[in-house]
Write a protein that binds this ligand. Structure first.
Ligand code: PCA
Length: 215
């Protein structure tokens, strides 16, 4: 049996729920193909703990594909991240009150890593199903970016494909927000992840079409 590892995050910043965990949890133990099983695990939203937990999961499950998922507050679609940068710059404290400012994720590591997922093909496949999606050029500078960077750092040269997806708020979260903010139903998020995983498993060479932005 082959394994796809999905991770989602615990709630953070006073939110009682994190859609990334709700969505990946819904796919835990799913047979996404005859011989491919999804394993979903939660990561702490803590700079000092998330990377170690992630590395333990890579060792335990020996996955052939890894997609880490996080909430992108204010994201309007399923955002398939292109690049992780070697920088922590926390606008808010993490769940242990740590707030690193301008520190490297990995001392001496390269400035950035690219996703090794077929990000263009994934965005296109989601849109073809009527699910809003795009390639994103930044995963931010908080714990999601840190986890994404550590994931790419750990798997460089391994042949295991990996990357990161940000999902929007759930409608019930957006309904409580003081300002209008985008949201997406849990069912749509789960279906989006399902399509993203199947596309990643089936696509060897990514599409050559633009996923860029002017600014
Ligand atoms: N989103 C945060 C961290 C955890 C999460 O789900 C981020 O985008 O960094």
């Amino acid at each position: 049996m082959r394994t796809v590892l999905l991770t989602g995050f615990e709630p953070f910043d006073q939110d009682p729920i994190n859609p990334s965990w709700e969505a990946v949890k819904a796919l835990d133990q799913t047979l996404i193909k005859e011989d491919v099983r999804i394993v979903s695990r939660q990561l702490p939203c803590v700079f000092s703990q998330a990377p170690t937990r992630l590395l333990d999961l890579l060792v335990s499950f020996q996955p052939e594909l890894v997609i880490a998922v996080g909430l992108g507050p204010g994201r309007t679609d399923i955002s398939i991240e292109r690049v992780a940068i070697n920088l922590n710059d926390a606008r808010i404290p993490d769940n242990l009150g740590e707030q690193p400012i301008d520190t490297p994720v990995v001392c001496g590591g390269p400035a950035a890593y690219f996703s090794t997922l077929p990000i263009k093909a994934m965005a296109r496949a989601l849109k073809a199903e009527g699910i809003p999606a795009s390639v994103s050029q930044t995963a931010g500078t908080f714990v999601c970016n840190q986890v994404f960077y550590c994931l790419q750092h750990a798997l460089t040269g391994s042949g295991v494909r990996s990357g990161f997806i940000h999902v929007p708020y759930l409608p019930q979260q957006a309904g409580l927000a003081p300002q209008p903010v985008a949201s997406m139903s849990l069912a749509t998020q789960v279906q989006g992840l399902r399509v993203a995983i199947i596309t990643a498993l089936e696509t060897v060479d990514d599409l050559h079409e633009t996923g860029g932005q002017v600014s």
